[in-house]
Design a protein around this ligand. Structure first.
Ligand code: PHE
Length: 395
């Protein structure tokens, strides 16, 4: 009975949400503010910021962990009196991991919620969809964790507080060649993800430049559950490791299939692995694998340790790299607002552009000329069902 009520309630919520999306979409056609515009956002009262994120769907960990951390940052800044005496209000909209929903969410944040700035998305494909809307409407957007170079190349309103995939691909290629001394690897990538396609390409280039060989390249599509054909092809290729630049759900399933097929080589991957569900799905099949990431909780700075305990106190779980980057995105945004005389989208954009040596929980953040952050990466090793810090790689 209780269950039924919950299900019905959930259905109503999702119906209302989709109506709201439709409404936002209908009203979002106009483009009042070009890239140079200073419109958007209230000039007095609360400062409203938007967050669009995969709160549900296959990558729900990305949205949920990020949103908790952004919320924590907002609560902290409000506890300190807000920004220029104004409270910060956070509005979060669910993208469900879908690009059309992401674009609609950004439209709605601007048209209905009148946000001054936007945080989001995690997945590069969704940041590309949402970022184009933010750019067209002249509202600054900070992606915490999208690593595909094309995201900030959209235009002068789109920023990020993380490194990009040409670097991340090089990190793992170098690690595979120099630390693991591998010469032959296979790649299996998600052809529905700009992140996965780009990171596969960047890894391939860096690995072959260093004298390595990619002996097989296979594809899948997000949502697939059967990877046996691809892994059978890889088994017969002589690969000493398999690079899997995907998201945690599919990566976990790929690990399980790899083990079932008796392929005894480690998997290598990137930040898209970063979720507790990776271990729940992949289990023992992941032992001895490695991935690059933005954050290693077991090698955290004092600043990061304070964040981890505040997050744990507030939400009862340890944050992943997503949370750490979400917190940094929000704090960099607040700092940009503080720097501005009055808080408008245009002055926030200038403030973001001027970000130098900001001490974040994921490291020191300087926004460069491409509106990206030059930062180091960590490599993590999976041991005993956990990701353990292995090494740090500088840009
Ligand atoms: N970098 C990934 C992308 O661009 C997103 C991601 C970041 C996922 C960090 C997990 C952790 O799609």
């Amino acid at each position: 009975m209780r269950r039924k009520t919950v299900v019905v309630a959930a259905a109503i919520v999702s119906l209302v949400a989709s109506l709201a999306f439709t409404f936002g979409c209908k009203n979002g056609g106009g483009s009042q503010n070009g890239p140079g515009g200073s419109g958007g956002g209230n000039q007095t009262g609360e400062i409203v910021i938007g967050h669009y994120a995969s709160m549900t769907g296959d990558t729900a960990h990305f949205g949920q962990d990020t949103d908790k951390a952004v919320r924590l940052a907002v609560e902290e800044v409000n506890a300190q009196g807000g920004i220029k005496g104004r409270r910060v209000k956070l509005v979060t909209l669910d993208t469900r991991g879908d690009a059309t929903e992401a674009a609609n969410a950004v439209t709605r944040l601007i048209d209905v919620e009148h946000v001054s700035a936007i945080i989001g998305e995690v997945a590069s494909t969704l940041s590309l969809a949402g970022g184009r809307v933010a750019q067209r409407r002249g509202i600054p957007m900070v992606s915490p964790s999208s690593t595909n170079p094309a995201v900030t190349a959209i235009g002068n309103n789109v920023f990020r507080v993380c490194f990009i995939d040409p670097f991340q691909g090089t990190v793992m290629a170098k690690f595979a060649r120099e630390n693991l001394r591998l010469t032959k690897v296979a790649i299996i990538k998600d052809v529905r993800s700009d992140y996965s396609i780009g990171l596969a390409e960047n890894f391939r280039r860096a690995f072959t430049q260093r004298g390595g060989q990619v002996v097989a390249e296979q594809s899948y599509s997000a949502g697939d559950t059967d990877f046996s054909a691809q892994l059978t092809a890889i088994r017969d290729s002589g690969a000493e490791a398999i690079f899997v630049p995907g998201y945690y759900g599919e990566v976990g399933a790929i690990a399980v299939t790899k083990q079932r097929l008796g392929i005894n080589v480690p998997l290598l991957g990137g930040d898209g692995w970063d979720a507790p569900d990776l271990f729940r799905i992949g289990g023992a099949a992941l032992e001895g694998s490695f991935y690059s990431n933005h954050f290693a909780p077991d090698a955290a700075s004092d600043r990061a340790r304070r964040f981890i305990s505040a997050f744990q106190r507030r939400f009862g779980s340890e944050p992943t790299g997503l949370g750490a980057l979400g917190y940094d995105a929000a704090m960099v945004l607040f700092e940009a607002m503080r720097r501005a005389q009055s808080v408008t989208p245009a002055t926030i954009r200038e403030g973001l552009t001027a970000t130098r040596n900001f001490e974040g929980v994921t490291g020191r953040i300087t926004i460069n000329a491409q509106r990206d952050a030059d930062k180091s990466a960590v490599v993590l090793r999976i041991r005993g069902g956990r990701a353990v810090y292995e090494t740090t790689v500088q840009p």
